[in-house]
Write a protein that binds this ligand. Structure first.
Ligand code: ADP
Ligand code: MG
Length: 565
């Protein structure tokens, strides 16, 4: 760093605003040489790529040629947990790592699936309304606020807008949520998996691409032209998702998200496209020589009672087991983690979409008919379209047959980021130079390694200074009194196990390999993390054995419910 200069420069696509008497100016952040060292600059570049390739495509297919500009749009759904600040502060794992490293579930957790439908607890309602008020003053209408599946879990979402502005809004939302929670003696947890055994949190990125004239490429609309454009746009997206599958996967990779993806509460780590079963048939018809025009069928859901009106709906349900389902007028990238900045995943969505649009334009410019070019794209990338159950045990097997990668850990996903194929596309689309791409991969590895190392060290510290002394106190009572020996049960073995296994983890930490970030990540993933699980299981068992009052940290029951009264 003997020559390290960097510069902020105003992002003119996102409005500045005043918060707590401070003017905030959304910026791009680059090195002396103009290299991107932030998440904003690549996003802005990807908007330019979508704009360029989108206008080129519209010209090639002779639709909406009056458009002067193409934008990407985003509406994020932010999930999070709310707990008491005093509990947060009493758990070094939450303070240091954002998640609990051990803790047993209360007997009632989310088995009844009722939390989603229950009223928002009073203290949280006050918080959500306070956040909503401040966000509105900043020009961000938070239209959605409600409970989520797990106890103490909630969601807030804004009305969507242009992606760069929307990404900025999410960052400021997280800051405002933390600040407002502190004022009420609460804490907001944005980690993807703060509590084991109940649902984790995501940040679904509802994303679309459209013109300055109001045309949305992912909305079938009511005219032949818009429906043809719709079939065309989804062909481009299929190309992008199939050809750059690993790139999309690595855009949501991170230590926290590893607990979520593929865990039956979030999409699998396999990236596929769900355009709807009706549209899937339409794709096959196009491949077989059919027309592009696609008419969306509407239906009504009828409660069958005089007092309740029939609700208008699509003919088919939404598939919430897919990482990329269509939602009427947008695609919902469901794999994004709750703590992530939306900018990187949206950069990648824009990049692969631009790649698909470029591929299609090139075919048409080369003399192919519009229909045949779309059919060719669908034919080549048909395997990425999947409308079945993404949580089923058969899907990974089927996905493998289709040649779709299943990169189910961060080290595997990040390892596939800076490949020659990805570097080439990033360079062609003007998103990352080779060097920027490699730098980003290094940063992703480093983030992962630092995170898991901090977790392992925090675990050791908490076990040694909190759990083991509590185990010893509990053990002593039974060991020193002959009359109580019959009640010892599994205490001695369990407590001893906590100590022995923690000692093993300490040895592992002392042997972390250095010098190669990928090797280090692999060691954390496959050596350190499994040992942390062994210790956790023993610590949770110990929690269930020791006398009430000895456990040195707030319990899951306290954290999930104390603020609900
Ligand atoms: P869900 O039913 O998945 O919970 P929500 O209503 O919570 O959906 O969130 C949907 C999000 O998608 C909102 O932020 C909404 O404004 C946004 N959205 C709607 N239409 C579009 C669009 N065309 N492009 C991008 N985002 C959109
Ligand atoms: Mg929602």
């Amino acid at each position: 760093t003997h020559t390290a200069a960097a510069f902020t420069t105003w992002d003119r696509s996102s409005p500045c605003f005043v918060l707590d008497n401070v003017l905030r100016v959304p910026c791009s952040f680059v090195t002396h040489l103009g290299d991107a060292i932030d998440d904003k600059t690549p996003l802005l570049r990807s908007n330019d790529a979508v704009n360029k390739e989108g206008l080129r495509l519209l010209k090639a297919i002779n639709i909406a040629t009056d458009a002067k500009c193409i934008n990407s749009f985003l509406g994020w759904e932010q999930e999070f947990f709310v707990i008491k600040a005093e509990h947060y502060n009493a758990r070094p794992d939450l303070v240091n790592t954002g998640r609990t490293l051990f803790g047993a579930l209360p007997t009632r957790n989310q088995q009844g699936d009722l939390n989603y439908f229950a009223p928002v607890p009073g203290s949280v309602k006050e918080l959500l309304f306070n956040i909503q008020t401040i966000m509105l003053k900043l020009g961000v209408p938070m239209a959605v606020l409600h409970n989520e599946v797990a106890p103490a879990q909630h969601e807030m979402s804004p009305i969507y807008c242009q992606a760069t502005f929307s990404c900025d809004n999410n960052v400021i939302f997280m800051e405002v949520a933390n600040a407002e929670a502190a004022k009420l003696g609460l804490a907001v947890l944005f980690h993807e998996k703060p509590f084991q055994g109940i649902n984790g949190s995501g940040k679904h990125n509802n994303w679309s691409v459209g013109t300055d004239t109001g045309l949305n490429m992912f909305y079938p609309g009511k005219t032949d032209e818009t429906r043809i454009l719709y079939s065309t746009a989804i062909a481009c997206l299929s190309f992008g998702l199939k050809q750059y599958n690993e790139m999309v996967r690595s855009s949501v990779a991170g230590a926290g998200n590893d607990f979520r993806l593929g865990a039956q509460e979030a999409p699998p780590a396999i990236i596929s496209l769900y355009p709807g079963t009706g549209f899937e048939k339409h794709v096959d018809a196009i491949i077989a020589g059919g027309e592009l025009n696609y008419k969306v069928e509407k239906s009504t859901a009828n409660p069958g009672a005089n007092a309740a009106m029939a609700a208008p709906c699509g003919v088919e349900d939404r598939n919430r087991t897919a990482p990329f389902p269509h939602c009427g007028n947008r695609f919902e990238f469901r794999a994004v983690g709750s703590s992530q900045n939306c900018m990187f995943p949206i950069t990648v969505c824009n990049t692969i979409m631009a790649a698909g649009m470029s591929e299609l334009s090139a075919k048409i410019e080369g003399g192919m008919s519009h229909r045949d070019a779309v059919a060719a794209l669908y034919k080549d990338n048909r395997s990425v379209i999947f409308t079945g159950n993404g949580y089923s045990a058969e899907w990974p097997i089927e996905a493998k047959k289709r040649g779709l990668p299943n990169l189910n850990t961060t080290p595997l996903a990040v390892g596939q980021f800076a490949t020659p194929k990805n570097k080439k596309l990033f360079a062609e689309m003007g998103i990352f130079s080779e060097q920027e791409c490699e730098a980003r991969q290094n940063v992703m590895f480093e983030n992962y390694n630092t995170t898991v190392k901090t977790e392992a060290e925090t675990l050791v510290q908490m076990i040694e200074t909190g759990i083991i002394p509590a185990c010893a106190t509990d053990h002593k009572k039974f060991a020193e009194n002959e009359k109580l020996k019959d009640y010892m049960g599994e205490r001695a073995a369990t407590y001893k196990g906590v100590k022995t296994e923690t000692d093993k983890l300490k040895v592992m930490i002392s042997k972390i390999p250095h010098g190669n970030l990928a090797k280090e990540a692999d060691y954390f993933c496959n050596t350190v993390k499994p040992q942390m699980v062994v210790i956790r299981n023993l610590a949770d068992k110990a929690e269930g054995l020791m006398e009430k009052g000895l456990y040195p940290y707030p319990t899951y029951e306290q954290m999930l419910y104390d603020h609900h009264s």
